[in-house]
Design a protein around this ligand. Structure first.
Ligand SMILES: [Zn+2]
Length: 248
């Protein structure tokens, strides 16, 4: 997924502009922004030629089966309510020089999403079609595109050994994630609203520090590639691309 996100910068350059600041910027500024995002994904997958080989930093990323925050004031899994449910969380070691981070996944993540990408099909993203007609509807960006791999990528992005590729630091608050979750900027809709400057008191530049901006950029890259045949249908408004805005 991280390798696909990097090739996507060249293969489908317009997709980047939906999730990160680019529109209206000078060419060089936009290119610098692409390079910054590429450098983050590059920490996860250093070579697009060997996309299944993870980067060195992943040696320090552990998924644990014990919910250490259960019952704590910042109980991520237990804090789930009807408005927001955490998929999981990632804790960075606050000590300087310790790049380790551990992630835990809440039960919800196994119930809400497809576990693997192969459980999903392009037709699952078709909206407004007539029942039984495979080609009558439009293919749109939807939450249905999410799968467990995307949630794992999300937690990896909270790891500071990866987030430091943005050039930002967290010296003032050791252990806090550099790439975090900007309030309201979750999912395909929230991450789009962030870059469109439609979230109160949040500047579009914060997309570089928002985990779901990277995740939904990568998700759109993956499915645009997988579903290219369906997206080429003449009924599709944006030939070769999923329709926007995402389904709410
Ligand atoms: Zn998160």
């Amino acid at each position: 997924m991280a390798a696909r996100a990097q090739t996507c910068l060249v293969q489908y350059p317009d997709i980047f502009t939906y999730y990160f600041p680019c529109e209206g910027l000078c060419d060089n500024c936009c290119q610098d922004n692409r390079e910054l995002v590429r450098s983050v994904f590059n920490r996860v997958a250093p070579s697009t030629h060997t996309p299944y080989e993870g980067g060195d930093v992943l040696r320090h990323f552990t998924i644990v089966g014990v919910d250490e925050l259960e019952g704590a004031p910042n109980d991520m899994c237990g804090a789930a309510n009807e408005f927001w449910a955490a998929d999981g969380y990632c804790i960075n070691d606050p000590r300087a020089g310790y790049p380790t981070a551990q992630a835990y996944f809440c039960d919800e993540v196994f119930e809400d999403h497809a576990e693997v990408r192969s459980e999903l099909q392009c037709k699952d993203f078709q909206i407004g079609g007539n029942e039984g007609d495979e080609v009558s509807g439009l293919y749109r960006i939807t939450e249905e595109m999410d799968y467990l791999g995307a949630s794992i990528l999300h937690e990896m992005l909270h790891m500071n050994a990866i987030g430091s590729a943005t050039g930002e630091t967290n010296e003032d608050s050791p252990g806090a994630a550099i790439i975090k979750d900007i309030t309201g900027a979750y999912g395909p809709l929230g991450s789009r609203m962030l870059v469109q400057n439609r979230l109160d008191d949040v500047s579009p530049g914060l997309a570089f520090l928002n985990a779901d901006s990277y995740v939904w950029y990568a998700v759109k890259c993956v499915w645009t590639n997988e579903c290219s045949a369906q997206l080429d249908s003449e009924r599709q408004h944006r030939c070769g691309r999923f329709d926007e805005p995402p389904a709410e």
